[in-house]
Design a protein around this ligand. Structure first.
Ligand code: CUA
Length: 130
């Protein structure tokens, strides 16, 4: 009996660890691409604040050049997409530009990488690549 329970547990652990997107419940098909294309690049304005990002769902097409214009409403924040090697800080009164071309569709979590107060850990969002 113990052995069976152990096997069932192993199966659950395996399912829990198997490869999947950052945002399991996000279906890219439910989201519309945002921003506007300027000179062949999709330009999206993103504002960080205590404590979140506006917008917190950044939706783009795979294979398309993306330019994020990052600003902050209050204090210095960070913008990090670990899986895309992006990590910048956004200082007040500044526009921080990040350019990249996401090659693979999927859902990638982004978050604030600069300690910015009590809600720092809740500053998260998703880059959705369709
Ligand atoms: Cu914003 Cu940490």
């Amino acid at each position: 009996m113990k052995k069976i329970l152990c096997i069932i547990l192993m199966i659950f652990i395996f399912i829990g660890c198997s490869g999947k997107n950052d945002g399991e419940k996000i279906n890219p098909a439910d989201y519309e691409v945002i921003g506007e294309v300027v000179n062949g690049e999709r330009v999206i304005e993103v504002e960080a604040y205590q404590f979140g990002f506006e917008p917190n769902y950044i939706v783009v097409n795979a294979g398309e050049k993306v330019k994020l214009n990052l600003t902050t409403r209050d204090v210095t924040h960070g913008f990090m997409i670990d899986k895309m090697d992006i990590n910048v800080s956004i200082n007040p009164e500044e526009i921080r530009t990040v350019e990249f071309t996401p090659e693979k569709n999927g859902v990638y979590e982004f978050w604030c990488s600069v300690p910015c107060g009590s809600g720092h850990r809740t500053m998260r969002g998703y880059l959705i690549v369709k």
